[in-house]
Design a protein around this ligand. Structure first.
Ligand SMILES: Nc1nc2c(ncn2[C@@H]2O[C@H](COP(=O)(O)OP(=O)(O)OP(=O)(O)O)[C@@H](O)[C@H]2O)c(=O)[nH]1
Ligand SMILES: [Mg+2]
Length: 331
């Protein structure tokens, strides 16, 4: 059989790639064989006869239009969002999670979507400049708007088993005692002697929703100590009635994921399995687990990524409103 050029995309999506070391063959379904006029014996093609191509992914027109409509509806819903009952002007969302999970990248991503162009304002990454060591609160403006959006994203030092954010610091942040730009010390939490300590925080200074950020590809590899630490924080949040969600980043790095899969991410079976595994480890209800792909190395916005980021943000802000709605009136 002559070697044929077959777009790899067809194989990824419609065939089972054999990884048998000794045979090195690709097993192709009969339908694909027929469509591409392949003369494969028993649907098996030796690997030497295949050529792999990386195809530019294009969504069909109907899908592209649907995404554009959803995108503009989401943007509008978020612009119109108001914290419940005018109790506060801006909802405060705290991002917590292991070191390198993508917390700061999520802030950059939200900023990028509202700015209409990519921003890498906050340093991210694994070297010492990219590891967040200060408490930072980010108020974001939409392109062409003079007022900030009605939410503030609060970025923190990552959680580690023996290092990272001190558990007591979590409580100071939640209650609104920690000032913007506070330099964390893993060994000792902030005290009321700190010159910028907020002694009498108001409802507006408190955290109204906590988001636990994890890398979808690595949450199963965390040490049992770190898992126990995070579960303890979560149990305490539940005890104090503080609402929280989980946000899984790096979904773009899942094996063989395509843009098409990202358009219906919660029904994409590898993601569904990850959500179930995450639920098994940390106990979050499946409906409380959100998925995004952050802007990390792109130079242009992508409507599919935007849609995931905006949908996640909408869920987060609506959850914060449930918290505000449930506050006893005398507090
Ligand atoms: N592919 C991909 N990479 C991501 C994503 N989110 C974050 N990253 C990368 O993961 C690394 C860590 O991201 P950060 O945003 O710095 O993570 P962080 O949680 O703020 O980390 P700390 O501040 O150290 O706790 C960086 O190299 C990012 O570029 C994502 O959704 N997809
Ligand atoms: Mg960070």
């Amino acid at each position: 059989m002559a070697a044929r050029k077959v777009p790899a995309e067809l194989f990824w999506r419609k065939t089972f790639l054999s990884s048998l070391q000794d045979e090195k063959a690709v097993i192709v379904s009969s339908a694909i064989c027929k469509m591409l006029q392949l003369t494969a014996r028993n649907n098996v093609i030796p690997i030497q006869e295949c050529e792999a191509f990386r195809c530019e992914e294009l969504l069909d027109e109907r899908k592209t239009r649907g995404i554009a409509v959803l995108h503009s509806n989401l943007l509008q819903a978020l612009r119109d969002y108001k914290p419940y009952g005018d109790l506060v002007q801006q909802t405060r969302v705290l991002l917590l999670g292991p070191i390198g999970a993508g917390k700061s990248s999520f802030v950059n991503s939200v900023k990028s979507v509202f700015k209409g162009s990519i921003t890498h304002q906050i340093l991210v990454g694994c070297d010492e400049d990219g590891i967040s060591d200060k408490y930072r609160t980010y108020s974001i403006k939409a392109k062409d708007d003079s007022d900030p959006l009605p939410f503030i994203l609060c970025d923190s030092l990552g959680l580690g088993e023996n290092a990272g954010l001190h558990t007591d610091d979590v409580w100071h942040i939640l209650k609104g005692h920690t000032p913007d730009r506070y330099q964390f010390d893993s060994m000792k939490p902030i005290t009321s002697n700190h010159p910028n300590y907020t002694h009498d925080p108001l409802l507006k200074d408190r955290i109204h929703c906590v988001v636990f950020v994890f890398d979808i590809n690595s949450f199963e590899m965390h040490s049992s100590e770190l898992v126990a630490k995070i579960k303890k924080i979560r149990r305490d949040l539940i005890k104090h009635g503080i609402l929280h969600l989980a946000l899984l980043t790096h979904v773009d790095s899942l094996d063989l994921i395509t843009k098409e899969d990202m358009t219906d991410i919660y029904n994409y079976s590898p993601v569904k399995s990850k959500l179930e595994a995450f639920h098994g480890v940390f106990g979050f209800a499946l409906s409380d687990i959100l998925v995004v792909s952050n802007y990390v190395s792109e130079w242009q916005l992508d409507p599919v990524k935007d849609m995931l980021i905006l949908s996640a943000l909408k869920e987060i802000l609506y959850t914060a409103n449930e918290f505000l709605e449930d506050l006893p009136l005398n507090k």
